[in-house]
Design a protein around this ligand. Structure first.
Ligand code: ACO
Length: 325
């Protein structure tokens, strides 16, 4: 039986200042604002400045989440960073963030589950807290996808952007029962048979380069709707809850059509779906905490609300999580 539960104590996010609109994109590749908006819902994305990295953006989101939680770096004993675009092949960018925020205790590491990375990081940090191996954890999603895009490939470069989001998890005594705040349940899946539908064509042990993102978009789209829907059904089932119990649906912000497809399939009312994809495009592991922060800041998500998160990305790796805020 678990002795602790992981309560969300604070959320923060960071988007680079530089904004690239769909019209800006149309100056680089053969596309249009109309095509991008109709197929994806994306209006603009943020692009990291030369001086910004995954760790610098992640550190800024972490500082904001700590402030919201009323905690300091010295109170944190674990950082789990979800990223596919680390500053360096090693050390883990989580340790760079650890140093940047002035945390000189505990431990920090990265997880790579691409767009579903935040859910993997959340489940990992939750396990450490539930077992009493960490008291307070920072779960961060931070990505600089602009650095791995092929800027001549219109089928991919229009979809992604840079950014970071962070959540402080605080260990509190007791299991997350009905009505109790905390991470209620999570469900993770992967299936490596589909790794050639969405991948980066480089890496240290193969090409010795970073590589560029490659994707068969329409096939990813189909798998996303089916797999995300089944992960949501599973996590609700495990928690003995239904869609009607969910106050807010905070999906990975990949594409408005995927959000709508999943919501329609599961009967999630449109007004309970948090969508920020128009503002920042697909920021991979950063997108869930970015959307969460936006909806907390504008007052929609309140303490005690039940939040359902989901994502699918390269691998494929996917999952869903239920969190009582
Ligand atoms: N501008 C204009 N035309 C374009 C562009 C563009 N940026 N990109 C592709 N096209 C063209 C294609 O060349 C094709 O032209 P053709 O018919 O003459 O051959 C046409 O548009 C249709 O292409 P499709 O790939 O079939 O378009 P689709 O409706 O599937 O939309 C999209 C493409 C938006 C990529 C969609 O498949 C998608 O969103 N897939 C999910 C991918 C995703 O979100 N991945 C992120 C990681 S995984 C995740 O986060 C869930």
């Amino acid at each position: 039986m678990s002795r602790f539960r992981s309560v969300v104590a604070g959320v923060g996010s960071y988007l680079p200042k530089k904004v690239m609109t769909n019209d800006d994109m149309a100056k680089i590749v053969d596309t249009s604002d109309e095509w991008i908006r109709q197929r994806t819902g994306i209006r603009r994305r943020h692009i990291a400045a030369d001086s910004e990295t995954t760790a610098s953006m992640g550190a800024e989101a972490a500082r904001r989440a700590l402030k919201a939680a009323g905690l300091e770096a010295g109170d944190i004993d674990l950082i789990v960073l979800a990223t596919t675009t680390p500053d360096l092949t090693f050390p883990a960018s989580a340790t760079i963030i650890q140093s940047k925020i002035g945390m000189v205790r505990g431990f920090a590491f990265d997880v790579n589950a691409v767009c579903s990375g935040f859910l993997y990081a959340l489940a990992t940090a939750d396990s450490f807290i539930v077992r009493g191996q960490a008291r307070n954890a920072l779960v961060i999603g931070s990505e600089t996808f602009s650095r791995i895009l092929d800027w001549s490939d219109r089928t991919t470069c229009v979809l992604f952007g840079d950014g970071a989001g962070a959540v402080v998890l605080r260990g509190e005594p007791g299991a997350p029962g009905m009505g109790e705040r905390g991470v209620v349940h999570s469900h993770l899946r992967s299936d490596g048979r589909f790794c050639d539908l969405l991948y980066v064509d480089g890496g240290p042990s193969t090409t010795k380069t970073v590589g560029h993102l490659r994707m068969t978009g329409n096939q990813v789209f189909r798998h996303a709707i089916t797999n995300i829907s089944s992960a949501i059904a599973r996590v609700l089932d495990d928690a003995a809850l239904t869609v009607m119990d969910v106050d807010w649906f905070v999906p990975h912000q990949a594409n408005q059509r995927i959000l709508e497809g999943v919501s329609k399939r599961l009967g999630i009312p449109e007004e309970r779906v948090i969508s920020t994809v128009a503002e920042h495009g697909n920021t991979s592991a950063a997108s869930i905490p970015l959307a969460l922060d936006a909806a907390i800041t504008d007052g929609r998500i309140k303490r005690g609300d039940l939040v359902l998160m989901e994502a699918l990305g390269g691998g494929f790796a996917w999952g869903a999580a239920l969190v009582r805020m």
